[in-house]
Design a protein around this ligand. Structure first.
Ligand SMILES: [Zn+2]
Ligand SMILES: [Zn+2]
Length: 115
């Protein structure tokens, strides 16, 4: 795991623009971010009682699901999004966000890093 210093970030239309400490820049679409929501609810992971929540939340998305109403920093390691449909439980670590960058450079890197 790489240790990422906190990037600076801002919303830019339908994208989140991130400027990383190593001067790399990422433009992640909000749609992609929402589809990649890491919370247990969206991932369909077992809850505390061991029940598997339906991973079919995707079906309930509407246009507002891909709009961001608030961005809150989470410690020094990530961002919490509040989406237009009220969903807010996903915490996106910077490492996770960096992993979502699919620019040519990052794609080449992940190919060489793949086990
Ligand atoms: Zn979620
Ligand atoms: Zn990249």
């Amino acid at each position: 795991m790489r240790n990422q210093a906190s990037p600076t970030y801002q919303l830019f239309g339908d994208f989140l623009a991130l400027s990383w400490a190593d001067s790399h820049e990422s433009m992640l679409s909000l749609r992609l971010l929402r589809e990649a929501c890491p919370c247990a609810h969206c991932r369909g992971e077992p809850d505390l009682l061991g029940r598997i929540l339906m991973p079919a939340q995707q079906d309930k998305h509407n246009e507002s699901s891909y709009q961001v109403t608030a961005l809150s920093p989470v410690g020094l390691y990530g961002i919490q999004f509040t989406w237009g449909d009220g969903h807010y439980t996903g915490i996106y670590t910077f490492e996770y966000l960096r992993g979502l960058c699919d620019c040519d450079i990052c794609r080449a890197e992940s190919e060489t890093e793949a086990p």
